[in-house]
Ligand binder design. Structure first.
Ligand code: NAP
Length: 268
């Protein structure tokens, strides 16, 4: 890999992202003289931005809404990025953009951290059928024996995603998707705004269900708070965000960042 000359996050919007906070804390702690910068790139300018990043030998992350489109602009994809069909981490190798996906590993790391390393998830429900749902689906595919019920408001989008993963089936309703699930994952943006509806009313959850919300908030999301109040183990997406960022750091620099430093910076 070409040594990173610039380290960037591209998305639209990006101003709200916590990634610069924890990546810059990790860079300082590791004594690496680079800063991680966020750039708001309009979708129409993505190809031009990718070419500029390639030309200067940049590394970085890609966020909403560019993950799928950026994958198509990379010269090569890692197997997991190809499986998900989306890139959240990239670097430049010999003048070529290489795309990877650390959302999958970040999700697995965060679920293990929140609910226990040895937990076996026989029945999983994924709510939402976009890029993040594809990353979660790719993770469940690596968990031997996990059956996944998928529900989203768009039947066509659910069917397209379920066609790509043999362990997924489209549920007939939200109630049916979650009724027996021992892990329920929100992969919609519901909860980004405090007045959003919850993705799954907690009374629909099985008594033993654990709840994982991909949405994150420094104050924890309304769904996580409601689930926990009803006795369900629950975690929001901050652990996944830190996990995917830490794995990306390892790809760029060949060594792990200090995750405690990353956590401390977002909690400050
Ligand atoms: P996406 O590709 O736009 O997909 C979003 C999914 O949610 C689609 O199925 C969409 O349905 C559905 N949806 C959108 N608004 C909805 C609403 N008001 N009610 C019900 N369903 C709705 O987005 P994504 O990239 O998958 O990201 C989803 C969420 O995960 C975002 O909030 C993102 O920030 C979060 N995320 C977090 C992490 C992390 O590290 N914690 C990583 C990745 C993503 P339609 O197709 O009908 O619009």
């Amino acid at each position: 890999m070409t040594a990173p000359g610039r380290l960037v996050l591209i998305g639209h919007p990006v101003a709200h992202s916590l990634s610069p906070t924890f990546q810059n804390a990790a860079l300082r702690h590791a004594g690496i003289d680079l800063s991680y910068e966020a750039f708001d790139i309009q979708p129409a300018r993505l190809a031009e931005a990718a070419e500029r990043l390639r030309a200067i030998g940049a590394c970085g992350n890609v966020t909403v809404p560019h993950k799928e489109a950026f994958a198509a602009l990379c010269a090569r994809l890692t197997p997991i990025a190809a499986r998900v069909g989306a890139v959240n981490t990239f670097w430049t190798d010999d003048g070529a953009l290489i795309g990877d996906n650390t959302d999958v590993g970040g999700f697995e790391e965060a679920v293990a951290e929140a609910f226990g390393e040895r937990r076996k998830w026989n029945s999983v429900a994924i709510i939402g059928a976009g890029g993040a749902a594809a990353a979660v689906a790719a993770a469940t595919e690596r968990w031997r024996g996990s059956r996944v019920a998928l529900w989203s408001r768009s039947a066509a989008r659910s069917a397209t995603l379920a066609d790509r993963f043999a362990n997924l089936r489209v549920a007939a309703s939200l109630e049916a998707a979650v009724s027996e699930a021992d892990l329920v994952v929100n992969a919609t943006p519901l909860g980004l705004r405090r007045d959003d509806a919850v993705p799954v009313p907690v009374q629909l959850l099985a008594t033993h269900a654990c709840v994982f919300d991909l949405v994150y908030d420094r104050l924890e999301t309304p769904w996580v708070l409601a689930a926990r109040a009803a006795g369900h183990p629950a975690a929001d997406g901050l652990g996944m965000l830190i996990g995917q960022g830490a794995l990306a750091f390892e790809r760029w620099f060949g060594r792990a960042p200090d995750r405690d430093v990353m956590w401390a910076s977002v909690r400050a």
